[in-house]
Design a protein around this ligand. Structure first.
Ligand code: MTE
Ligand code: MO
Length: 412
C-alpha cells in the first residue's frame, strides 16, 4: 500500500505542477480522487506564519478571566488548562492597582540610594551587561482564593476563577545582591523600600538580608522580555513571597534602617488573626495544592471510566515533599505521584490514577513541603484568622463529582 500511495502522491505533484504551468497532466484523475479523501490542509498549502507566534485560533477559549471585585483588575490563570508546571506568558495572572504603564526602556532606570556608599543608576543597557541567573518559581497573590476564604457558601466556579492568582514561570535576571554590593551598604542598613514606576508608586519595605539572599531584578520571563503586564522592563522577583512584594516596573530601591510602612503594606497586606492580633510582614506564601483535573465546572462524561487526577502543589518555603489525594471527602488519603522536576518554590505536578464508580465523590489534595508544613483544612484555616481575613488562604480545595458527572466547588 505504501508504494501505491507513494505513486499517487507523485502523480499529484505532477498534476499540481502541470496546473501551475496551465496544462492538464496525465495524473489529474488519480489526483482528484486522492484529494477528495485528504483533509483540506493536505491538499493546499497552508497560510502564512507571523513574526511573533500566537496560540492556535482553536485554543481561543483558553483565556485569563477578569475580576474587578477588589476595585482593580485581577486577571486569573486558567489553571485547569495548564499541563506541566510552566504557565505560558500570555496566561500569567496579573494584578494592577493602577493600570499597566507603557514604559519605553530607553527612558527607564533603576536607582539605588539611601544607606549606601555610592548611589547608583542602572539603565537597561547597563543592567543587561551583568551576569544573570534563571530560576523556575511560582508567583502567587496574597489574596488568591479569597472567595473560598470569605464566601459562606462554596461558589460554583472554575479552578481558574477560584484560585488562578498564581502562575509559574522561568524568571531570568540579575541577582539584586550584585547591585547592592556594588552600591556598598552602610552600617545600619536593614530594609529596602522597593518602588514601582506606575501611577500610585506601588511600594513595599523588605528586609535587606532576605533580598541579598534571594532577590532578582527580573528582565525575562520564560525566555522573552517581561510583558508589560508583568512589569516591563524590570521587576523585583522574590521567590516564594507574596505577589505584591514583587514590584513591577521597578525603578527605585531605597536602603533604610527601618520599614517605611507604605500605604500598600499598612493598608492592604496586614492580616488580622482570630484573637485580634495583627500579622504584618507575613511574606511567605504557605504550602498549597489544587487538583486541576477534574476541577470546578468540568463534567466527567464516562461513568465507571478511568480518569487521571492531576494537580499542582507549591510552597513559598521550599520543595514539595508529598501530596496526598482523597476521593472520599478526606476519610482516607493516598500518596500521589510527584512528577519531576520537583523544584524549590515552584509548581510541582502530581497525579493519581482513579476509577470513577459513577457515585458522588469528593476529591481533595493535601500537600506537605520539605519543612513538614501541611496544608490545613478550611475549618482549621478559618479558626486561625479573623472572619473577614482572606490573605494567605492555603486550605485544602475540595471538588464534588456529582452522579451526573458535573464537578463543583465544595467546602469539606
Ligand atoms: N508596581 C506594581 N507592582 C505590583 C503591583 C502593582 O499594582 N504595581 N501589583 C502587585 C500584586 S498585588 C501582585 S499579586 C503581583 C502580581 O504580579 P503579576 O501581575 O506579574 O502576576 O504584582 C505586584 N506588583
Ligand atoms: Mo496581589
Amino acid at each position: 500500500m505504501f508504494v501505491e500511495d507513494n505513486r499517487v502522491a507523485m502523480a499529484r505533484r505532477t498534476f499540481l505542477g502541470a496546473m501551475a504551468a496551465g496544462v492538464t497532466g496525465a495524473g489529474a484523475q488519480a489526483a482528484d480522487k486522492l484529494s477528495a479523501r485528504l483533509p483540506a490542509a493536505m491538499v493546499q498549502p497552508g497560510g502564512a506564519d507571523v513574526p511573533y507566534g500566537q496560540p492556535s485560533s482553536h485554543e481561543a477559549h483558553v483565556q485569563r478571566t477578569l475580576s474587578t471585585q477588589s476595585g482593580f483588575p485581577v486577571w486569573r490563570t486558567p489553571l485547569q488548562h495548564q499541563h506541566g508546571i510552566v504557565t505560558p506568558n500570555g496566561l500569567h495572572f496579573a494584578v494592577h492597582h493602577n493600570g499597566v504603564p507603557d514604559i519605553a526602556p530607553e527612558r527607564h532606570a533603576l536607582r539605588i540610594h539611601g544607606l549606601v556608599n555610592k548611589p547608583l543608576r542602572f539603565d537597561l543597557e547597563r543592567l543587561m551587561r551583568y551576569p544573570m541567573v534563571s530560576r523556575v518559581h511560582f508567583l502567587e497573590c496574597a489574596g488568591n482564593s479569597a472567595a473560598n476564604a470569605l464566601s459562606p457558601t462554596a461558589l460554583d466556579e472554575s479552578l481558574g476563577e477560584l484560585a488562578g492568582e498564581v502562575s509559574c514561570a522561568e524568571w531570568t535576571g540579575v541577582p539584586l545582591s550584585y547591585l547592592l554590593h556594588e552600591a556598598g551598604l552602610k552600617e545600619g542598613a536593614q530594609w529596602v523600600v522597593v518602588e514601582g514606576a506606575d501611577a500610585g508608586s506601588h511600594s513595599r519595605s523588605l528586609p535587606l538580608e532576605a533580598l541579598l539572599k534571594d532577590a532578582l531584578v527580573a528582565l525575562f520571563q520564560n525566555g522573552e522580555r517581561l510583558r508589560p503586564s508583568q512589569g516591563y522592563p524590570m521587576r523585583l522577583f522574590m521567590p516564594g513571597w507574596e505577589g505584591n512584594v514583587n514590584v513591577k516596573w521597578l525603578h527605585r530601591l531605597e536602603v533604610t534602617d527601618r520599614p517605611a510602612f507604605t500605604k500598600d503594606e499598612s493598608g492592604l497586606y496586614t492580616q488580622v488573626l482570630a484573637d485580634g492580633r495583627i500579622e504584618r510582614f507575613a511574606f511567605h506564601m504557605e504550602v498549597k495544592s489544587v487538583i486541576t483535573n477534574p476541577s470546578g465546572r468540568q463534567t466527567l462524561l464516562e461513568p465507571h471510566g478511568f480518569y487521571e487526577i492531576s494537580g499542582l502543589a507549591w510552597s513559598g518555603r521550599g520543595r514539595i515533599a508529598r501530596v496526598e489525594v482523597s476521593v472520599d471527602g478526606g476519610r482516607s488519603w493516598v500518596v500521589a505521584q510527584l512528577h519531576a522536576p520537583v523544584l524549590d518554590r515552584a509548581f510541582t505536578r502530581f497525579s493519581l490514577p482513579w476509577q470513577w464508580t459513577g457515585q458522588s465523590a469528593v476529591l481533595m489534595s493535601r500537600a506537605t513541603d520539605e519543612h513538614g508544613k501541611v496544608q490545613p483544612l478550611r475549618s482549621e484555616w478559618k479558626r486561625r484568622y479573623a472572619m473577614h481575613s482572606f490573605n494567605h488562604y492555603n486550605a485544602v480545595q475540595a471538588w464534588r463529582v456529582r452522579t451526573d458527572g458535573r464537578v463543583e466547588n465544595v467546602y469539606a
